[in-house]
Design a protein around this ligand. Structure first.
Ligand SMILES: [Mg+2]
Length: 175
């Protein structure tokens, strides 16, 4: 019998996130100078930081490149930040090999076609509520929240709760 997503969550040691449409709502704000700005969610950030501090592997793989995003993610304690990635599958394979991670231990959250192939390689492919239909079709869990609006928070919290690692007492710094 196929395992439920809750059962698979017991084995997760590693969270991998796409950025646009997952850690952001997919919108970009373009200034007159052509600079592109994104918004990110503080509650998502809190959960990402909690996961890092609790010893989970946290990795971000994005086709886009934005140095501001890198700074933000570094400040949350994330060290594995892959921006401007042409081939997510290749980056994923290198990452799990480097840390000796098994695919069954990986939760990957993506929202669109560039995530399709890599999501088929992981134990727990998940997506935000507003992901593309193709991605929803291959996800083992669809968040009740949208990308950039708490979807990452929801799945991190669920995994950590299943493993009794979610606690209210982190250092309280949210940014
Ligand atoms: Mg995306």
């Amino acid at each position: 019998m196929a395992r439920s997503y809750k059962e698979i969550m017991n084995d997760i040691t590693t969270f991998i996130f796409d950025i646009d449409g997952v850690l952001t709502d997919g919108s970009v704000f373009v200034t007159n100078e052509g600079e592109i700005l994104r918004t990110m969610n503080i509650r998502d950030g809190y959960a990402l930081k909690a996961a890092v501090e609790s010893g989970y592997n946290v990795c971000v793989i994005s086709g886009g490149s934005n140095e501001g995003v890198r700074v933000r993610l570094r400040n949350l304690g994330i060290t594995d930040i892959h921006l401007g990635t042409p081939d997510k599958v290749e980056t994923y394979k290198e990452y799990i090999e480097l840390y000796n991670i098994q695919p069954e231990q990986v939760m990957y959250m993506g929202d669109d076609i560039p995530d399709y192939h890599v999501m088929q390689l992981v134990g727990l492919p998940v997506c935000p509520q507003d992901a593309s239909p193709e991605i929803k079709a291959i996800s083992k869990y669809i968040s009740h929240k949208k990308g950039g609006k708490g979807a990452a928070r929801e799945v991190i919290e669920q995994v950590m709760k299943v493993q009794d690692k979610w606690t209210l007492y982190f250092d309280g710094k949210l940014d």
